[in-house]
Design a protein around this ligand. Sequence first.
Ligand code: URA
Length: 440
Amino acid sequence: MAVNDVLEIIRKKRDGGRLTADDMDVLVRGAADGSIPDYQLATWLMAAYLRSLDYEETTHLARAMAASGAMLDLSPIPGPKVDKHSTGGVGDKVSLVVLPLVAACGVTVAKMSGRGLGHTGGTVDKLESIPGMRVEMNVEEFLSCVRVAGIAIAGQSSSLVPADKKLYSLREVTATVDSIPLIASSIMSKKIAAGTDGVVLDVKVGRGAFMRELDSARQLARLMVRIGEACGLATVAVLSNMDQPLGYRVGNALEVREAIEVLAGRGPHDVVELTYRLGSEMLILAGLAQDRKEARRSLHRALTRGHGLEKLAQMIRTQGGDPHVVEEPALLPRAPVIRPLVAAADGYVREVDARLVGWACVLLGAGRRKRGAAVDPAVGIELRKKVGDAVKAGEPLACIHARTAETASRAARLLEKAYRVLDRPGPCPPVVLEMVSPNA
Ligand code: URA
């Protein structure tokens, strides 16, 4: 590739020009094969960050990135294939619940998922807390699990979307992660390459989310839905609240335990509600329900009859894990130190800052600060009180599950700041805020 091509592309974006599909192909190919040096890619990223990309440029970028590596062909596997993606939250174990549930209703689920980074957790880290569970596998092994169980969840294959890997790692060190077009193209390129017929996006909004404001979450959701449609991937997005953690448990094994409880019919209201909402959209995209009412009925039936839990056990067994955890969650790893955080005064919980709870979990070892670092499956935080709850002085607000007394104390100091308890009750925001569909 001529050096001047890249220089010209950088110059065009620097000066606020619009890039073509060919320009994006040149950039993405050079990122994937290593022929464009990091300093030019980083410069281009900063130009794209400052000048932004319009819808067409973002779609060209997503499409070029999706084509930068292998693309999964799921067509030989029977059944409608629908994927689900969350932009990342705290206590977000919904994939572990909704995917087995929709699989029990007839959706084929082939999900590749990321690991956690920073204050947000990752689905494959959670699954790895199950004894024996394999989440790192090649594409053939992954597809074979999908064929056997109708569902598999594994780590993102390095053969898919190599350009995103390269560009994302440069974005992390050049302060260019939080650009809506770059996020949208990065997420959608992976969804396009994953080969499903449709995808339901859960775009988180609030303190613990990438997108703190409803407006920017809406922009991101609309852009991703349009890219999906342009690339032949039926896409809808649900905007959901991430001011406080989802459910009561945050941390790898703790979240698997809560996911099992939801599938056993004993889940907290917010997790159940979001599961039904995302699951309904998945069933509709799959053509297995006409409308939300019918979809909800199917999901409810699968949940109350235990079919979702059976499907989870089947997936765990197929991926080498111990399926007995679904009946005996005590088989999951447990932390040696459990320490309560108690309320200093009577009152009502007005805030549980999801970001601070997430960072307290990182401090305990449940999450990672750097890509590639190990996580502790056993540790985390169990909330006892959430927004809207009344509390008495001395009552536990939360329980910290730690490896040592010292890390428990450090996490407690951070967790204390996450809670705001006032003498009057306040509003309790809904978990589902809005829907974005192609015609909205
Ligand atoms: N998640 C992704 O996959 N890509 C981004 O750019 C941000 C979040």
